[in-house]
Design a protein around this ligand. Structure first.
Ligand SMILES: O=P(O)(O)OC[C@H]1O[C@](O)(CO)[C@@H](O)[C@@H]1O
Length: 524
């Protein structure tokens, strides 16, 4: 890499100690000239979005996550006031919880159980790991982010005997996501089994008037915070979804909001070569042929940022992974995202990245400050942090030597401001990229298909149980499917029967057979 090329494609922002380096992206001659009209159009669309246009046409919604860190930008005074009042209410809640004014049945709150999934969990999880300090946080954080009964038990075991000092935050924008509802019901059971009122330990973050909102009101929960329809789940970390848990942990939420606001200002720059979000999205476009031809591998060389790839997975894939473009043409767009952390993954998948199939580009995240305070020397005069940077620089070079392009983002340390900046940078880069490839980056129609199919399988489960209850003899999967008139779904019937029989409390027994057509099930 020549020093001149590096200087040309290295964008440092001294005032915030942040840099984006795209010098290891081998842009072709003429690429930027060719992209100029598209990126200008993307910037215009972004200006309109920030001003309150219906930027999510399929759902007929405004897209307002940029207002969250600068309420003055909101299109009307009511929305602006609602944002500021909500942040003030969140800080007030945190203050009252920390001082013991709001407490649980057994005293001041010590633990925080966040119940949510997708955009209602990934941001809080990323931020808790990035900015939390186990042992020092105001509340210890736990998550229910699935509908796995054993998973609930693992978390509840850690909270055993402490539910009276555990605050539960149940988060769902729609208020109807089954996994979150199940987590809430399981939590209600656990509190009840401990002889405690769940309502006295619960807060809701949800859409006004949602099913969950009504439940929280009816049960008399401690408080409720809004999830506005103009904020998408995957861009809600700086809305109550992310700010409530962060403030309760004792994290500086003003710092996060300030960092995001500063990045928003930098990424409104109209000269795209000076705009880090524009350059990031143009790099993605170049690297993936504007068609998602290569995967985005995220490699933060910092434990605290290990969950960033998971967070970005939803932000990028749910936003960009679309069948149709804005004109209704089938485009099957998207960019696959995966990653974990360096240097750990050098010992897992970097072998393939360097020598194997070239279907990716890497993004290195470098944090200059190794820790608070000094580090001991581990070899000669070198610290463990010197090794960490050495491994990152070495890997980046080793990849580039083999024609594997990469992007590098450098920050000073993982602070609330930096976390806010990273979130804002990627939010805007995703927005720009959505415009570059002409898709609606703010809806998620594909997720609905899986949800509907899941609901259908529960109906089949109900049918199987009633068929077996009324059957005189044990039945095979084929017979049950035929009785339910769903022979085309015999495989689903078989899978559900196997699952029922594996859980003795469900009341189904199984007579084995070597031939799966011969396995019989009966109500026990
Ligand atoms: O906050 P909700 O409405 O429970 O939705 C959770 C998540 O579920 C999804 O609809 C699909 O996973 C995401 O878009 C969303 O972030």
């Amino acid at each position: 890499m020549s020093w001149d090329r590096f200087k040309e494609f290295y964008l440092p922002f001294e005032s915030i100690d942040f840099a984006l380096d795209v010098s290891r992206v081998d842009f072709s001659d003429g690429f930027f000239e060719e992209m100029q009209p598209k990126i200008s159009a993307a910037m215009t669309a972004m200006d309109e979005l920030e001003a309150g246009a219906i930027a999510n046409p399929d759902e007929g919604r405004m897209v307002g996550h940029y207002w969250l860190r600068n309420a003055a930008l909101a299109p009307d005074a009511t929305t602006s006031k609602e944002i500021t009042d909500t942040v003030a209410r969140i800080k007030d809640l945190a203050e009252k919880v920390h001082s013991g004014v709001i407490k649980g049945a057994s005293g001041s709150f010590k633990n925080l159980l966040c119940i949510g999934i997708g955009g209602s969990a990934l941001g809080p999880q990323f931020v808790a790991q990035a900015l939390g300090n186990p042992g020092k946080d105001a509340l210890r954080i736990f998550f229910f982010d699935n509908t796995d009964p054993d998973g609930f038990d693992i978390v509840l075991k850690q909270l055993e005997g402490q539910l009276g000092e555990t605050l539960a935050v149940v988060t769902s924008k729609s208020g109807g996501t089954p996994e979150t509802r199940n987590g809430m019901v399981e939590a209600e059971h656990a509190w009840k089994a401990a002889g405690l009122s769940f309502a006295q330990h619960a807060i809701a973050v949800t859409g006004d008037g949602s099913k969950m909102d009504k439940h929280a009101i009816a049960e008399g929960w401690i408080d409720r915070f809004p999830m506005w329809d103009w904020v998408g789940g995957r861009t809600s970390e700086l809305a109550p979804v992310g700010l409530v848990p962060a403030a309760l942990m004792g994290i500086d939420i003003d710092g996060m909001l300030d960092g995001a606001k500063t990045m928003d200002e930098l990424t409104r720059e109209k000269d795209f070569k000076k705009n880090p979000a524009a350059m990031l999205s143009l790099s993605w476009y170049f690297l993936t042929g504007g068609k998602g031809e290569k995967d985005m591998v995220i490699l933060p060389y910092k434990e605290r940022l290990a969950l960033f790839s998971k967070y970005l997975q939803q932000l990028v894939m749910e936003s960009l992974g679309k069948e149709l473009d804005l004109d209704g043409k089938v485009v099957n767009q998207g960019i696959a995202v995966y990653g974990n952390k360096g240097s750990t993954d050098q010992h897992a998948y970097v072998q393939q990245l360097r020598d194997g199939v070239l279907n990716f580009y890497a993004t290195f995240l470098e944090v200059k400050r190794e820790r608070d305070g000094a580090s001991p020397a581990v070899e000669d005069d070198f610290t463990a942090g010197d090794f960490l940077q050495g491994l990152m620089l070495g890997t980046r070079d080793a990849l580039y030597e083999k024609g594997r392009n990469s992007i590098t983002i450098t920050v000073d340390s993982v602070t609330p401001q930096v976390v806010g900046m990273l979130i804002a940078l990627y939010e805007r880069a995703v927005g720009f990229y959505g415009s570059l490839v002409n898709v609606n980056a703010y809806h998620q129609p594909g997720v609905e298909a899986g949800k509907k199919a899941a609901a259908g399988t529960l109906e089949i489960r109900k049918g199987i149980l009633s068929t077996l209850a009324g059957a005189a003899n044990a039945m095979t999967a084929e017979e049950i499917a035929a009785a339910l008139n769903i022979s085309e779904n015999t495989e689903t019937v078989f899978k559900i029967c196997e699952n029922l029989a594996a859980n003795p409390q469900k009341g189904v027994t199984r007579s084995p057979s070597i031939d799966i057509s011969g396995i019989k099930y009966s109500a026990s």
